[in-house]
Design a protein around this ligand. Structure first.
Ligand code: GLC
Length: 754
């Protein structure tokens, strides 16, 4: 195989170059036989390999080769465990090598703006920092096996409804801080081989031809040097997309776009240099993939199944455990209720759908813990129809048992790629079953199998609640170990469960109207909103119980004052004060009270998961750098740390701050403020460098009959009036002494033009 890309490029024909920009088959690139360049194949992810040899499709409706179905990303993110995610990624890479796949189409990292997004099961979190950390761990794991990844869907693909045509209208600061920062950190930290552009538009331009996103930001600012692949069918105008930085169109569109590219070059509408850059990037990754192929690779089904089980166990979230109803005693009398216990819901629907190598039987796994099981369906598995006879049978089983475990949640058609949910309700027959069972059995535990938050009108009547999310193929073994205490639940929510859908900040502007959606809630999504508005969620971000308990003590910072160029070391002591070994996810939030810009009350800037034996105590340390304190300033179009006092909070959840310290940061940068005639006196009051000029202007307002001479005995009112006064309106309150010439002279001196 020729590896000298420059040499290949110099010898390729225009036809070959143009053809290279589109796939060969549904999931493969074109080869270049005369240079020995092979075609490479790519397949979905993200939580398992969906390789289709024939009848390939993008919605996972057709068969695919058996592979390990790990828990989907919604579940994995609740582990808050970088090492775990990296291990899952590594195992995925091994399976890709074994099946000859060079690029795995994941991770999918779009932010969870609304709980209704049909693909939330495939995404990680409402928080960009957690998203970034999980994405990096996944990419590192997969790529450590010589297999590429495709960070997707770039960008702002936060809903399924109208996804192929929707225009997402979002302000610059929100785009940067919330919807791009996960991509930014993952690209810079882990260099995914490819990035997949989204279907939708962002601020009027399709992502597939959005130069600002694909070139200015992704490449020029973040230094991404892989290739950009379109989402399948996302290309609107191929020639424009080439210029914007879209390298590979998938699936192939026959010769139509190849011809368009050739014509554009021949007619001078597309520079050959732009085309060469695209082909150069494609060839470099293809050669890299070819060189990374491992011959005779194989994978251990049993070992990967155990990784899938560990991932599920580490991710499930214990949300309620009244009277310590859990863990269950071995050999207890158990009513096992719910058709999802017989036919599990363990993954989502759409392009991520995996054909599992093995699938645990929940009933059989629980039977390993107790033989005294009475099973009842409770509801029809594939309809919402309430069946009174099934409920009656379930109540009978519950009545005569020590404990009733009800498996319920969302069935397949409730959440999928391609469409969003219209509400957050569970199927009516699931709700009725839980309500009826709790009428006859106070010791009821619900195990939820769902990919996104649901409303829980029955929550007050159950004693135990486990958010198992979608547990992957090893869900059965994992839930049995958790229920009976052979594993201690240690997951925490990576998203807020709102008490009501209408509390969610995106509610009014979801899914949008007339072809567009406005992100009017701005930065305030998820806990950023509920915190700031002080709206109590059903369960907060970062929340999760365990069978033991932890105490936080001795928070210390290595500095009380620093500049924005330094880093802050934070340490906290965590002690397990219960009787069972367990893991705690320690969260670190940063906030600033008196900011010059609007900010959420606090934002997640660190987390660590630690294992502690009963009575054991460990110190957890964090390092906070510039970006932990910065906001994105749209006057300088860059990240900026304002001087002032910052709160550093150690928490067990977004609503449970255990310890807090503060640090003063002196910014080494200044945002040079350009004053105009419309600038206010308040801006001068807040700018220490302009004190003298401010006093000069006040002098004009003190003259005979001027504003301040009438407000002398009311300084508060005076300051309130001055703060909002524009420079160009001073003359009106200065008894005309402050004329246009004076204003121009002052503006020159303020902007140091003199
Ligand atoms: C789908 C999905 C994308 C997937 C691709 C290939 O439409 O949006 O995530 O990787 O097509 O199946």
């Amino acid at each position: 195989m020729e590896r000298n890309i420059k040499k290949i490029l110099s010898q390729m024909t225009l036809e070959e170059k143009a053809a290279m920009c589109s796939g060969d088959s549904f999931f493969s690139t074109k080869g270049l036989k005369r240079f020995g360049i092979p075609s490479i194949s790519m397949s979905d992810g993200p939580h398992g390999l969906r390789k289709q040899d024939d009848s390939a499709d993008i919605l996972g409706l057709n068969a695919s080769t058996k592979a390990t179905c790990f828990p989907p990303e919604v579940t994995l993110a609740s582990s808050f465990d970088r090492r775990l995610i990296q291990n899952v990624g590594k195992a995925l890479g091994v399976e890709c090598q074994a099946l000859g796949v060079s690029i795995l189409l994941g991770p999918a990292i779009n932010i969870k703006r609304s709980p209704l997004c049909g693909r939330n099961f495939e995404y990680l979190s409402e928080d960009p920092y957690l998203t970034a950390e999980m994405a990096s761990a996944y990419i590192d794991g997969v790529q450590s096996e010589g297999v590429g990844t495709s960070l997707k869907h770039f960008a702002a693909n936060n809903q399924e409804d109208f996804r192929l045509s929707l225009d997402v209208r979002v302000d610059e600061r929100t785009l940067r801080e919330i919807y791009l920062s996960g991509f930014e950190a993952a690209v810079i930290k882990s260099q995914p081989w490819t990035v997949m552009c989204a279907y939708n538009k962002v601020n009027g331009h399709y992502c597939s031809e959005n130069k600002y996103l694909l070139s200015d930001i992704l490449r020029d600012e973040w230094g991404f040097d892989g290739f950009v692949v379109s989402d399948w069918g996302a290309v609107a105008h191929r020639v424009k997309a080439i210029d914007a930085g879209l390298d590979l169109e998938m699936p192939p569109s026959g010769r139509q776009n190849t011809i368009k590219i050739i014509q554009a070059v021949q007619e001078g509408r597309l520079g050959i240099a732009s085309l060469d850059k695209v082909v150069d990037r494609l060839l470099r990754i293809i050669v890299k993939a070819a060189d990374s192929k491992k011959q005779n690779a194989s994978w251990d089904i049993v070992k990967h199944h155990s990784i899938a089980k560990e991932a599920a166990m580490e991710s499930m979230v214990l949300l309620k455990n009244d009277q310590k109803i859990l863990p269950l005693k071995k050999d207890c009398d158990l009513a096992l209720i719910g058709a999802m216990a017989k036919i599990p819901r363990y993954q989502g629907a759409g392009s991520s759908h995996v054909n599992p190598s093995v699938l645990d039987d929940i009933y059989e796994e629980i039977k390993k813990k107790t033989n005294n099981i009475t099973y009842a369906d409770g509801y029809e598995r594939y309809t919402d129809r309430v069946d009174e006879s099934l409920i009656k049978e379930a109540k009978e089983a519950a009545l005569h048992a020590d404990t009733a475990i009800v498996f319920a949640g969302l069935t397949e058609e409730y959440e999928s790629e391609g469409y969003d949910r219209p509400h957050m309700r569970m199927p009516e027959n699931h709700i009725r079953l839980i309500e009826e069972v709790t009428k006859v059995q106070e010791n009821t535990v619900v195990v939820l199998c769902n990919g996104a938050p649901v409303e829980m009108p029955w929550i007050g009547n159950v004693r135990g609640l486990i958010e198992a999310y979608l547990g992957g193929q090893a869900f059965g073994g994992a839930i049995a170990d958790i229920l009976f205490g052979d594993a201690n639940p240690c997951g925490k929510l990576a998203e807020t469960f709102p008490a009501r859908l209408s509390h969610n900040p995106s509610h009014i502007n979801f899914p949008g109207e007339q072809g567009h959606v406005d992100y009017k809630e701005g930065l305030f999504i998820g806990y950023r909103y509920y915190d700031t508005k002080q709206i109590a969620p059903l369960f907060p971000f970062g929340y999760g119980l365990t069978y033991t308990s932890f105490v936080y003590t001795g928070m210390s910072l290595d500095k009380t004052r620093m500049t924005d160029e330094e880093s802050l070391q934070v340490s906290i002591n965590i002690k397990n004060v219960g009787e069972m070994a367990g893991k705690e996810i320690v969260q670190l939030y940063v906030g600033k009270r008196d900011s010059n810009v609007i900010r959420p009350v606090k934002e997640l800037k660190g987390f660590e998961k630690i294992y502690l034996e009963p009575g054991e105590e460990k110190t957890v340390t964090f390092s906070l750098g510039k970006r932990s304190f910065a906001y994105y300033d749209t006057t300088i179009h860059d990240w900026f740390v304002e001087s002032g006092v910052y709160r550093v909070m150690a928490a067990s959840s977004a609503e449970d701050i255990r310890l807090e310290e503060s640090v003063y940061i002196e910014s080494t940068e200044r945002i040079t403020h350009t004053y105009t005639r419309y600038s206010t006196l308040g801006e001068l009051m807040d700018d220490p460098d302009q004190k003298r000029i401010y006093e000069e202007i006040i002098g004009y307002l003190r003259g005979e009959g001027a504003l301040l001479s009438n407000l002398n005995d009311n300084p508060k009112m005076a300051e309130g009036m001055l703060r909002g006064m524009a420079l160009c309106s001073v003359y009106g309150f200065s008894n005309t002494a402050f004329d246009e010439e004076t204003l121009q002279d002052i503006l020159r001196r303020l902007n140091k033009n003199d």
